[in-house]
Write a protein that binds this ligand. Sequence first.
Ligand SMILES: NC(=O)c1ccc[n+]([C@@H]2O[C@H](COP(=O)([O-])OP(=O)(O)OC[C@H]3O[C@@H](n4cnc5c(N)ncnc54)[C@H](O)[C@@H]3O)[C@@H](O)[C@H]2O)c1
Ligand SMILES: [Zn+2]
Length: 359
Amino acid sequence: MPKPATRYKQSELTVMRTLTIEGQFKKTAVLIGEHLRNAGRYIPDGKTIVITDTNVQNHHREAFPAGDIISIGTGEDIKNLDTVKELYRKLVDLRADRATFIIGIGGGVVCDICGFVASTYMRGLRFAYIPTTLLAQVDASVGGKSGVNLGGYKNIVGVFNQPDFVLCDFNLLTTLGKAERLSGFAEIVKHAVIADEHLFEFLEQNFKKAIELDVAVIEKLIYESLVIKSTIVNTDEREKGERRKLNFGHTFGHAVEKVAGITHGEAIGVGMVVASALSVEKGFLTQAEHQRIKTLLGKIGLPTRMQVNIEFVLDALEKDKKRKGKNVNFVLLNSVGNAIVVEIYLNELKDSIRNWLIT
Ligand SMILES: NC(=O)c1ccc[n+]([C@@H]2O[C@H](COP(=O)([O-])OP(=O)(O)OC[C@H]3O[C@@H](n4cnc5c(N)ncnc54)[C@H](O)[C@@H]3O)[C@@H](O)[C@H]2O)c1
Ligand SMILES: [Zn+2]
């Protein structure tokens, strides 16, 4: 287990950087390197309600902005309409009105639920995210998607809507467990692999410092990752083309995640290896580049192979909500830093996957 990075004082903080994401209806300011305890500076005057989870509240309550706090449980299982209903009731009890500002402080689960509740309660209140996991800082908090699961289908009920701001405080990451950190790194590798070879090289050279949450390295990784995600989202908010590239490693990854009951990061690690192997098979990527990807994932501590029941995985692939009839939109690589979206016949995909998993 890597030693947690020491908490740094505000005066030692590298300069805060701001990114602007141009949503369809709103511009979102992403404050990278700002402190949770400074959140009050960005919140409009009036009533504020914080939505968080019990873990985050236990670790970081003292730095929360002033306001009422609603705490929900933890885990993917609570990302459902029951929790949404409970939150609507609590908002009514707290007399939340159109002028109330909502802040989600937590990982991707809190951000997704909070964005959905804030966007639908009284036809939409203003809101912000303070993501507290690495995955939420580099992925879930930007892009404007929020929603909940229903009957085994992930994120099937949801909205597109942008928060007013997203505040990423790296200090919050020091209390994360190893599995949560790895899930974040899997998404950072994904961003580098699909869009930025320099970032990939930086990861190859700095993976040890990254795992230890070295502030300068983490700051660069989060900033560059957000530039990649926001650039892609800015060009394709509603996922018609370019945005599909963000699913790299996820078609197969989601299938194994469901079947093997492993973490998202682990599943995406394996999913990226499978997608890159398929890219070699299709003649897009060199074997050497495929090996480079596997090596980096291994160094970071993510699995590159997995023992799973192949039939269950194929069944899960069949049920993928992004499937188009007999075809799936699969993200492949032309090279490290350059992804392409290719429509692949599901049966062909199944045959390839069978080969890799059996050999
Ligand atoms: N909306 C999007 O675009 C998008 C993108 C990617 C992922 N997601 C969603 O994000 C969710 C996963 O997010 P996640 O990985 O952050 O999981 P999570 O929110 O469940 O957090 C993981 C665990 O870490 C705890 N935790 C959070 N912050 C902590 C901290 N600072 N210190 C200690 N513990 C802390 C949580 O209580 C939880 O137990 C999934 O539901 C996924 O669908 C959404
Ligand atoms: Zn993911």
